[in-house]
Design a protein around this ligand. Structure first.
Ligand SMILES: *Cc1c(COP(=O)(O)O)cnc(C)c1O
Length: 235
């Protein structure tokens, strides 16, 4: 069930407080962590409710659903759209033309197509490389060793701006497993940042692991359920 507008506003307040608490715990400033609202499967009315409560960054992970919502929300000034789902190469054009950010680049072919299909009048597409930190067969993303090669390729693309890394960690891993994969990702991020001031984004943390993600340097948490309630279909 999708909560009503008041409940969405209250949920947002709670999530912002959780970010502030986790930041303080980690000796970081809350302003260094952006909140991305993941609205997949949720109606435009829910997006409008979150926007009315001050939320500006939204994410989708199905191309067609996202493009439809972007069209329906064109009147919302300052809204920013992030694509966080798996990318099939026949969908890159819609992504390149409609979204502001893409978190899920995992191969050169996808980067090349997004670069070619971004319209010349548009600002460069802001992109993250997706890393499969737990080497799960079911998940997209490259290994930590492959980051440099893909990063170099993206840096050669004039219509793409490399901003950092994204990961979807294994669900239900033990605290130790989580600590070791989060810290490996954090190190890779710090390395990628060396000498590249544009690299400023580590997209890590969802409703269930927001605090640990912030402890390991996340600068952008992607929150769905804690804002919009459980999803009606598997996604
Ligand atoms: C759905 C989704 C989220 C949000 O997950 P919640 O557990 O609902 O907060 C975050 N990131 C990605 C890539 C997603 O697909």
């Amino acid at each position: 069930m999708t909560p009503n507008a008041n409940a969405i506003a209250m949920n947002l307040t709670q999530v912002r407080q959780q970010i502030t608490d986790a930041a303080q715990e980690a000796n970081r400033t809350p302003e260094s962590i952006a909140l991305l609202a993941v609205s997949k499967t949720k109606p435009v009315s829910a997006i409008r409710a979150a926007y009315a409560a001050g939320q500006r960054l939204f994410a989708e992970n199905y191309v067609q659903e996202g493009v439809n919502k972007i069209h329906e929300c064109q009147d919302l000034d300052g809204i920013q759209w992030h694509f966080v789902g798996p990318i099939q190469s026949n969908k890159t054009k819609d992504i390149a033309e409609h979204f502001d950010w893409v978190h899920s680049i995992d191969r050169e072919k996808i980067a090349r197509r997004l670069n070619e299909q971004r319209l010349p009048r548009q600002a460069p597409l802001q992109v993250l490389i997706q890393v499969n930190i737990d080497d799960e067969a079911s998940k997209a993303g490259i290994t930590l060793h492959q980051i440099d090669t893909l990063a170099s390729f993206i840096r050669s693309c004039p219509h793409l701006q490399l901003r950092g890394l994204m990961a979807i960690p294994r669900a239900n891993s033990s605290e130790n497993e989580q600590a070791s994969s989060f810290s490996a990702l954090q190190h890779a991020f710090l390395e990628l940042q060396q000498g590249d001031p544009k690299v400023d984004t580590l997209s890590l943390g969802m409703s269930g692991d927001l605090a640990s993600a912030i402890k390991y340097g996340s600068t952008m948490v992607r929150i769905g359920t804690a804002i919009f309630g459980a999803r009606e279909r598997n996604a």
